[in-house]
Design a protein around this ligand. Structure first.
Ligand SMILES: Nc1ncnc2c1ncn2[C@@H]1O[C@H](COP(=O)(O)OP(=O)(O)OP(=O)(O)O)[C@@H](O)[C@H]1O
Ligand SMILES: [Mg+2]
Length: 805
């Protein structure tokens, strides 16, 4: 890993964005006063790659990336590693609660041909949390080892020197990629297992093919040849079977025809009505004749009765004469009643007139009485207003003395009396008027009825009229009876005719049945003995002749059927014999055919057996080929498993890896020892303890005695650590193409410092790795060709490149 551009913006003490350009720089120093920000620049390199910094202690904590007063910041770096160029960016923000978190983290591969710039992206490699993992892949180092052999942080540069042997081994495994051998061993073990399984599987498959031998193939080929010969010759046998079967079919058809004729003959039956049909026809004809004569006689009687009725004339005239007689009687009675009413009304009038006169008199007296009382009241009232000497308002004479009046009777009593007299007079007037009107009306009605009676024609004799009506009713009854007798006789005649027609239809049906039965017999029968001809005269005789012929024909059909059965039995035996012989031949060749199979089925069974034998032979050949393949597979897989087993054995239990690391450590310590001897002016060398595996110093100032490296002074520790760091990046690990040393130089005396400076200059001159130092010591700083001056003011830290000629 070699940085080209480092950009800081609000990281640690840097408050303004700054980009430090390391291009074409091999050896540089970061110089400046205490607290200026030198270590912060080294921190930024570490933070850009791993997202943390050794002095923060806890890995993964980004809280210290931002100064407490800052809310956002960023670190970015362009760097090269193993010949490729990368850009890494990490941006942080402080949230509302004051916690710092990573807002953006990205690692991209950059174009190595372009001038170093953050935006020359060729391919994005990782984002977010994956950036650290990817950075580890790119640098080839975990964070804990990066801070031991690339960045030697201020105050912690002796970590590798003091590290436990196990920790050192881990670092070397990583630097040397030595864990590849363990991975190879594991893979070899897996491959051994896979090869063994494959071999076992192939053996199982092979066992299943044990029947696929050369003998089996030869046997199968011979059987197939025999089957093919059978298939070629079997055609003639099958044709013979087909001819036998055709014979049987023909015989069966003939037998069926005879059986059919027998069934037609057996079905022939004379209809049950035929024997009595002739006498029934005669009886029906007689019955029709008798009834026809009866109807004619009754019709003559009916005619006579209606003639007699007509001669008696209409019922109208006698009925009208009887009604006129009834009318005259009613008028007479009414006239008598009217006369009586008129006389009674006239008699009551006299009494009513007297009552009326009395009522009128009473009324006049009551009116007069009331007038007088009214005057008395007026006079009594007037007296009150009279004065003596004043003229009297009635007589006009001067009043000499005032008259005395008794108080008159009550006026209301006089009014009630008058009203009662008026009502009674009114009622008497009304009763009188009503009696007058009634008397006049009854007299008028009586006069009208009398004149009506006088105008009526002369009346007939009632007994005579009633005798005529009775005679007509009698004649009418007789005529009605004659008519219903005719109707009943006609009904019986209809029934007799219908019965006669039904007998006719029966006879016709029986003829037709006979004809169609004869037709069927004609069709199914033999030509040399046809049924007798049909004469349409006597139905019963015709049926009897046909049945006689039927009995003879049935006899000859029975004989014919027996002959056909005999023929069929012989043909069946012949077929069975041929079939049996063929089946035996097929069985000899192992052909499985259905019992009683048809010739086509037998032929198909032979063809099928040939086809199966052919494919069985093909399969066997195929199996033999597969078995050969499997055999070679088994031996190949067994060989592979053996090779993998050997390899895993050689690499087992990390033995190889341990050996490799021990060798590397020996080389490393030897190389560091040489550098330390130079730096310490021949006083110290380094060696590994045989017992503990720790790094020890050999002190030639003490007769080459060994002691723990932890007993060295501060300056000596720095020399030893520097020697180891240089050896690590130089002698052992490829790819460690930079080293950054943060302080420690202040512990050296001028002579040692000079040696260290010379050593560093020599290393830098090789141009194989970039060397960066942080120092306060002017004597060293002045000897470094590129210096970055770091200072700090109120606006934070600043950095400036000061080239020295
Ligand atoms: N996370 C931080 N936030 C803000 N300031 C910080 C942070 N870390 C360190 N500082 C301060 O930034 C300044 C620079 O520190 P740095 O360690 O870079 O100084 P230096 O130049 O290496 O000094 P020295 O020569 O003493 O080693 C110091 O004042 C330090 O206290
Ligand atoms: Mg510092």
């Amino acid at each position: 890993m070699r940085p080209l551009l480092l950009h800081l913006d609000h990281f640690g003490s840097f408050r303004e964005p700054v980009t430090v350009d390391f291009t074409d720089t091999e050896y540089f120093a970061l110089v400046g006063p205490t607290g200026a920000g030198k270590s912060t620049i080294i921190d930024a390199i570490c933070f850009a790659l791993y997202g943390t910094v050794p002095r923060w202690g806890r890995e993964g904590a980004v809280a210290h990336a931002l100064a407490p007063s800052v809310s956002a910041g960023k670190v970015a770096m362009v760097f090269e590693s193993n010949g490729r160029r990368y850009g890494v960016v990490r941006a942080m923000v402080r949230d509302a609660k004051g916690a710092v978190r990573t807002k953006e983290a990205r690692l991209d591969e950059l174009d190595p041909a372009a001038p170093p710039a953050f935006d020359a992206v060729v391919k994005p490699l990782a984002e977010g949390e994956n950036v650290t993992i990817e950075a580890q892949q790119v640098t080839g180092l975990e964070y804990r080892f990066f801070t031991q052999c690339v960045v030697l942080p201020q105050g912690r540069f002796a970590e590798f020197l003091h590290a436990a042997p196990r920790e050192r081994q881990d670092l070397l495994v990583q630097l040397l990629d030595a864990d590849v051998y363990e991975r190879i061993r594991q893979r070899a073990a897996r491959e051994e297992e896979t090869a063994k399984q494959a071999a076992s599987f192939a053996r199982d498959q092979l066992a299943k093919l044990s029947g696929a031998t050369e003998d089996a193939e030869r046997e199968l080929a011979e059987r197939l040849a025999a089957l093919r010969r059978l298939a070629e010759t079997i055609g003639a046998d099958l044709d013979l079977l087909r001819a036998r079967e055709a014979d049987i079919r023909r015989a069966e058809q003939e037998r069926a025809a005879v059986a059919e004729r027998q069934s037609v003959l057996a079905q022939l039956r004379m209809p049950a009505a035929v024997p009595t049909l002739a006498s029934a026809r005669r009886a029906a004809a007689e019955s029709v004749g008798t009834l026809t004569a009866e109807v004619a006689a009754l019709e003559a009687d009916e005619h006579e009765a209606f003639e007699a009725l007509a001669a008696l004339g209409d019922r109208g005239a006698p009925r009208a004469a009887l009604a006129a007689l009834d009318h005259r009687d009613r008028l007479r009675a009414e006239t008598a009643r009217a006369r009586a009413a008129a006389a009674s009304a006239a008699a009551s009038l006299e009494g009513l007139a007297g009552e009326l006169a009395t009522a009128e008199q009473v009324l006049a007296a009551a009116e007069d009485q009331r007038e007088r009382l009214r005057d008395a009241h007026a006079a009594a009232h007037l007296v009150g207003r009279l004065a003596v000497g004043e003229p009297c308002p009635v007589c006009r004479h001067p009043i000499s003395q005032l008259p005395r009046h008794e108080p008159p009777a009550d006026m209301r009593t006089a009014d009630r009396v008058l009203a009662g007299a008026r009502e009674r007079a009114q009622r008497a007037r009304a009763a009188h008027a009503k009696a007058e009107a009634s008397a006049s009306m009854s007299a008028t009605q009586a006069a009208r009825l009398e004149s009506e009676l006088a105008a009526l024609p002369a009346p007939g004799d009632r007994a005579d009229l009633e005798a005529r009506l009775a005679a007509i009713a009698k004649a009418d009854e007789l005529a009605t009876q004659a008519r219903s007798a005719v109707r009943a006789a006609r009904g019986r005649l209809e029934d007799a005719r219908a019965a006669a027609e039904q007998v006719e239809r029966q006879a016709e049906t029986a003829w037709r049945t006979l004809e169609s039965a004869r037709d069927r017999l004609l069709v199914s029968g033999t030509q040399d003995d046809p049924p007798p001809p049909l004469v349409r005269e006597d139905l019963h005789r015709a049926w009897t002749e046909l049945l006689g012929w039927r009995d003879r024909a049935a006899e000859s059909a029975r004989a014919a059927l027996a002959a056909r059965d005999e023929e069929l039995a012989q043909a069946g035996e012949r077929l069975a014999g041929d079939r049996r012989r063929l089946a035996e031949r097929l069985a000899e060749h192992g052909v499985v055919a259905p019992r009683d199979g048809s010739p086509d089925q037998l032929g198909a069974a032979v063809a099928g057996t040939v086809a199966r034998a052919e494919s069985a032979l093909d399969r066997l050949k195929e199996d033999r080929k597969r078995a050969a393949d499997l055999e070679s597979q088994v031996s190949m897989k067994e060989h592979e498993a053996k090779v993998a087993h050997e390899l895993a054995l050689r690499l087992r239990a990390n033995a190889f890896e341990r050996w490799l690391c021990a060798e590397a450590l020996a080389v490393l310590v030897a190389s560091a020892s040489e550098t330390l001897r130079e730096l310490s002016d021949g006083q110290y060398e380094l060696a590994l303890s045989d017992k503990t595996g720790d790094i020890e110093v050999i002190d030639y100032g003490e007769a080459g005695m060994r002691r723990s490296a932890r007993t060295l002074s501060g300056g000596e520790t720095f020399q030893a650590a520097l020697a180891l760091a240089l050896a690590l990046s130089g002698a052992v690990a490829r790819g460690l193409d930079s080293i950054f040393l943060d302080e420690g130089f202040g512990t050296l005396d001028p002579a040692t410092l000079d040696t260290v400076a010379t050593t560093l200059e020599r290393l830098a001159a090789g141009q194989e790795r970039m060397i960066g130092v942080v120092t306060h010591v002017p004597a060293l700083a002045e000897r470094v060709p590129v210096r970055f001056e770091v200072r700090r003011d109120a606006k934070g830290s600043h950095v400036r490149k000061a080239e020295v000629g």
